[in-house]
Design a protein around this ligand. Structure first.
Ligand code: ADP
Ligand code: MG
Length: 686
């Protein structure tokens, strides 16, 4: 498929509604639709019919295998292929796929992270079909999106909590809508669009660097003489090699029903972005996982490598994943859209205020959703949102908020017919929110954009937390409203109280400004600078109450996730440290000695160079020994808090020290001695 065929191939590899209508009976199709809407169990006859339809469709498309496709806690996707082929009991075979196989799988999943939820003797995990998410064909495999849990029923994946959070939000939002007199809405839906940033570099260079191959990022590399200071890459003309990649990527995504919509060069050299058209949260999450996979494969076909790491190169921008998030009714009314009637505005303000309150009360949890080793290299830098959570709402809304808090009628200073008073219209056009790129959470007219997540991560947890936080605040709001006698005034008072109590989280200024950190502290906002500081917040009493109380996790599931977060953080740090040591010992030391021995001349210039490079070698030897010692102490440590500390206060700074020395050596040593492609080659070869 290409862009010129009128979209004929769009969704060609997706078992979507129109395909389903073709391949299953009308009765089964209706039953499936009903099941998706009401979350009821499908009768056996219907699952058999759907399985049969899926099989026929997949075989026609050339598939030979099927798999339950799931999203384990390592943040990746997993699949184990089963052939359709079974012996027919005579000499031949037949193609088999039953309703039971569609519904449930038993991958032997003992090696997926479970955070202690599953011991090896009961290693089996179960995967169960998620009928709300379309099956698709990847290579010659029919992929069936599934949830994944342990033998004893504990959730072992990222999709289930996301589905639960959508349901929790639906429940509480419906409750509030009814209290506001809405009798027509039957459910609310979460809309998500995840903008994906990435780097592309030539495969030939990638292969020459172990750090890229093992860690997904460069562990050292002196700055290229040119970085991004001319802003000439951002939105620049797309080079032919990259355009060819993007065309191929689009075609591959479209076939899977992923509506890749925008593409452009990002700020850093060799950095790009793709944004799909937004869709429901569950689908958006599946699609983003697939997008990351497809990006890597398509790059490979073009002799490129797609780097999804948050910070592949120091000194230039890192990559994020902006999660655009909104909530709308089944009839498509966006609840974060300021409306055209006073009643609509009350609804908007209530949802808006509830979310502001939620972000303030649960800022640590939002911070947790994006806290991991890779993102530590990006957040708080002069390019990504700071680690302090605040909400950007734009000047108009900020003035509205202040007017509501003070009880004064709102008079727009910019004459944009924005007035809030008793029953007065509030109109906020979607294009008047300033383009503040420094804020971790930004209101952008009719949705919030959560900019903290990193480019490599699954969006499931960030969206789960956004949903849950709003669900909780709506629940509390519903309780207040249910107890009130004069509902109309109670709503107004509630909006005012929420905004007043949580005004501190609203910040429209420049998040990169150092002064903001001081102001944030004065406002009592937390600055959880890195993963090690953030992880303990995950299992605070408050967060446990929030997540268990809304039915997202059990306490046990939270503990297991906590264990996995700590484990992963320590493993990533250890792998990076070991990779760095290996590269220094096998590559950098060799380069230094060869260079030194090439400097045989007796002239003063060579003597000076020898001295400088020799001193760097001495220092580097000491620094590597210090790093090695820290790795040993990490191995020996048992206490999770101690491990986190060794990583964040020991290994991370020790690696930074090694890096500084290596980079200084690289700047001095002749190119033919240096064993690795440098930043100029990596960033400016295409
Ligand atoms: P930008 O952030 O660059 O202004 P857009 O606002 O057009 O770009 O969209 C960015 C992403 O937000 C896209 O994936 C888009 O589909 C998604 N998006 C747009 N509207 C909504 C919405 N109401 N809910 C969720 N996501 C949305
Ligand atoms: Mg962007």
């Amino acid at each position: 498929m290409n862009a010129n065929d009128g979209g004929a191939g769009f969704g060609a590899k997706l078992f979507n509604e129109s395909t389903m209508k073709e391949y299953v009976s009308e009765e089964s199709f209706k039953a499936w639709q009903n099941c998706v809407r009401t979350h009821t169990v499908l009768p056996e006859k219907v699952t058999e019919d759907i399985a049969d339809g899926m099989k026929r469709w997949a075989l026609e498309k050339g598939a030979t295998h099927y798999t339950h496709w799931f999203q384990p806690l390592n943040g990746e996707t997993a699949e184990k292929h089963e052939g359709f082929l079974v012996p027919d009991g005579r000499d031949g075979f037949r193609m088999d796929f039953s309703g039971r196989e569609l519904l449930r799988g038993e991958p032997d999943a003992s090696s997926f992270p479970s955070g202690g939820l599953r011991s090896t003797f009961e290693a089996r995990g179960y995967s169960a079909w998620d009928p709300t998410s379309y099956a698709f064909i990847k290579d010659k495999v029919l992929c069936i999106p599934t949830v994944f849990c342990s033998y004893s029923g504990e959730v072992l994946d990222k999709k289930t909590p996301l589905l639960r959070s959508c349901e929790a939000l639906n429940r509480q939002a419906m409750r509030v809508l009814r209290l506001l007199g809405d009798e027509k809405t039957s459910f609310v839906r979460v809309g998500v669009g995840a903008e994906q940033e990435y780097f592309l570099i030539p495969k030939r260079l990638f292969r020459q660097r172990e750090d890229l191959r093992l860690c997904g990022r460069t562990l050292f590399g002196a700055d290229a003489p040119k970085k991004q200071e001319l802003d000439d890459h951002y939105y620049g003309a797309i080079k032919p090699e990259i355009a060819a990649f993007m065309q191929d990527l689009n075609a591959a995504l479209w076939e899977l029903g992923i509506c890749a919509k925008t593409e452009h060069n990002e700020v850093a050299p060799a950095q790009y972005e793709m944004a799909p058209f937004f869709t429901d949260a569950n689908t958006a999450n599946d699609q983003n996982q697939l997008t990351m996979e497809i990006m890597k494969r398509v790059a490979d076909r073009h002799d490129l490598v797609c780097l999804l790491h948050e910070k592949p190169f120091d000194g230039v921008n890192g990559s994020g994943k902006h999660v655009n998030w909104s909530v709308s009714t089944d009839s498509g009314e966006n609840l974060f859209s300021p409306g055209s009637t006073p009643a609509d505005n009350t609804r908007f303000l209530l949802f808006f205020a509830a979310f502001i309150k939620g972000v303030d009360e649960y800022s640590e949890l939002l911070r947790c959703s994006s806290a991991y080793a890779g993102n530590d290299k990006r957040l708080g830098g002069n390019e990504a949102p700071p680690a302090v959570i605040s909400v950007f709402v734009g000047t108009d809304l900020e003035e509205v908020v202040d007017a509501i808090i003070s009880g004064e009628p709102y008079v727009s200073t910019r004459d944009r017919s924005l007035t809030v008073g008793k029953d007065v219209l509030l109109r906020i056009s979607t294009d008047n929110t300033d383009r503040n790129r420094t804020s971790p959470v930004a209101f952008t007219g009719n949705k919030f954009e959560f900019r903290m997540p990193g480019s490599s991560q699954s969006i499931a947890s960030p969206v789960t937390y956004l949903n849950t936080i709003l669900a909780e605040e709506l629940k509390q709001a519903a309780e207040v409203l249910e107890a009130s006698e004069d509902r109309e005034n109670a709503v107004k008072a509630l909006i005012r109280d929420m905004l007043k109590a949580h005004r501190r989280i609203v910040f429209n200024g420049n998040g990169y400004d150092k002064a903001w950190l001081a102001e944030a502290e004065a406002r009592g906002l937390k600055n959880l600078k890195n993963t090690a500081e953030t992880i303990p917040e995950y299992i605070s009493e408050k967060n446990i109450r929030l997540l268990t109380g809304n039915g997202i996790y059990t306490r046990k599931e939270m503990d297991s996730r906590n264990e996995i977060h700590i484990q992963k953080y320590c493993s990533v740090n250890a792998i990076e440290a070991r990779t760095m040591l290996e590269m220094i010992r096998k590559g950098v030391f060799g380069a230094i000695t060869q260079y030194l021995s090439a400097l045989t001349g007796g002239c003063g210039f060579e003597a000076k160079l020898r001295e400088k490079v020799g001193a760097l070698g001495d220092r580097l030897l000491e620094e590597t020994e210090a790093l090695e010692a820290l790795l040993l102490s990490l191995d020996a440590a048992c206490d999770p808090a101690e491990k986190l500390r060794i990583c964040s206060e020991g290994i991370v700074p020790a690696m930074e020290a090694c890096r500084r020395t290596v980079d200084s050596a690289e700047r001095l040593i002749g190119k033919r001695f240096w064993p690795y492609p440098d930043y100029t080659e990596l960033l400016f070869s295409i």
